[in-house]
Design a protein around this ligand. Structure first.
Ligand code: ADP
Length: 423
């Protein structure tokens, strides 16, 4: 095994694959000096796929290609990485790809940490398909494609979206349903975005130089999907997404929390099937549903600013109010926290949304420096509360791919991943 490993990170969905190639080793990890060699995304797999790839600081290389399935897309990525077009001095042939790290959506109760993939692990991921029928099959196909194209001997690692939240206590992960449904079908809160919450918690700890046991924070991943996590002594104590990513905060197209009786009510009033209702809650609700315009927060903010559109304003207000409510709940659950950390496309880029969320929170010691807040966009990291705030506020851009690459190196070398759930 070479010193520095070129790790291919794959995030395989049913019609989209995102990838990155990251060169790192334990020393680079310790020095935060991992090197991102290439990245890209392939969309509309299954037909005329649209591919956008870039290496180093080059402009994106765009192409279309007939890519029938995930295997064809992974093959396309690998060929491109090895091609003169990519121009990667580090990658002369497939032999220069030393490991593959996969984002896997659902690890159920079985996977509490990232693991080296073998047949038994694949069976375990397969067993969780019931819980993530749209995602886990694509993740498995990504693993099988890489195995076929790069050789069965190449180490592959699974990094689970659910793993970080496996420390939730029973009273936080159980729903108050008849207990046998948990026993029989594992109906419970799993939580998602775990790699993102874990990464920003780890990064926060690095910034403030605290031991893991002293990290008591609330992390807010606000992107297209949104979730909050209450982190106590470095471990996830509660999180807003549930058995599926539908629960909790208002999202781009997902409703987040609703009264479950609404489902039956709407089915009978609108003559909808269960599947249609689920589609409604996942794809037509949230910011899109309230505004009737878009699921894109940037567009909503523009609309609110330029046209004072009432429903755009309402959607933004609903979004921010729900986040604030969760912060309050998690402050209570944690018995107080030292900081709230914003991440994800909205959390990292919108000073306006951050300020609205934090409005009126002086009662719990949160005082914003509006000028600093305004500067924290476009990938900048920092604290935007006043220095004497009892509750601090930070922006920390997430980097799930980096954490997947680091976990991959650590699993291959049998070094425990950082900031993961204790076994
Ligand atoms: P995903 O969850 O799909 O990874 P992202 O984390 O990229 O998505 O977040 C996408 C969201 O971030 C969109 O709602 C987008 O409008 C929002 N966003 C990105 N940049 C800005 C910005 N400058 N101001 C407000 N919202 C932004």
């Amino acid at each position: 095994m070479p010193g520095i490993m070129n790790v291919l990170v794959l995030n395989s969905g049913s019609s989209t694959i995102k990838f990155q190639l990251i060169a790192t080793d334990l020393e680079r990890i310790a020095q935060n000096a991992d090197q991102r060699l290439a990245r890209g995304v392939i969309e509309r797999i299954g037909g005329e796929a649209v591919c956008s790839m870039r290496s180093g600081g080059t402009l994106p290389h765009r192409a279309t290609a007939q890519l029938r399935d995930i295997r064809a897309a992974v093959d396309f990525i690998i060929r491109w990485l090895c091609s003169p077009e990519a121009g990667l001095a580090e990658i002369k042939s497939v032999a220069d790809i030393h490991a593959v790290g996969h984002r896997v959506v659902h690890g159920g109760e079985r996977f509490k940490q990232s693991v080296l993939i073998n047949d038994e692990v694949l069976r375990g991921i397969d067993d969780c398909i019931d819980l993530a029928p749209l995602h886990n099959p694509a993740n498995i196909k990504g693993v099988l494609a890489a195995r076929e194209l790069l050789g069965a001997g190449l180490p592959q690692v699974a990094v689970f979206d659910t793993a970080f939240h496996q420390t939730l206590p029973e009273h936080a992960y159980l729903y108050a349903l008849p207990y046998q449904f948990y026993r029989r079908h594992k109906v419970r809160r799993y939580g998602f975005h775990g790699t993102s919450h874990r990464y920003v918690a780890y990064r926060y700890r690095y910034l403030v130089n605290l031991p893991r046991e002293e990290v008591n924070i609330i992390t807010l991943h606000l992107g297209n999907g949104c979730s909050a996590a209450a982190i106590k002594a470095g471990n996830s104590l509660d999180t807003s997404m549930g058995m599926t990513p539908l629960e909790g905060l208002v999202m781009g197209t997902r409703s987040g929390d609703i009264d479950p009786s609404i489902i039956d009510f709407l089915m009978s009033k609108e003559g909808l099937t269960a599947q249609e209702t689920e589609g409604l809650l996942n794809k037509q609700s949230g910011l899109l549903g309230i505004s009737g315009l878009t699921n894109d927060m940037r567009e909503l903010l523009d609309e609110a600013r330029e046209n004072r559109d009432r429903r755009a304003l309402l959607a933004i207000e609903l979004f921010c109010y729900r986040v604030r409510k969760y912060i309050g709940a998690y402050l209570a659950a944690l018995g107080g926290a030292d900081a709230i950390v914003f991440t994800g496309g909205i959390g990292e880029n919108s000073a306006e949304v951050r300020a609205r969320i934090c409005q009126g929170m002086e009662w719990c010691g949160l005082h914003l420096n509006e000028d600093v807040n305004a500067t924290l966009t476009g990938g900048r990291e920092g604290m935007f509360s006043t220095p004497d705030s009892r509750l601090k506020a930070y922006v920390i851009p997430t980097d799930e791919e980096l954490l997947i690459a680091r976990d991959t190196v650590r699993c291959v070398l049998a070094v425990p991943p950082v900031n993961s759930s204790p076994r």
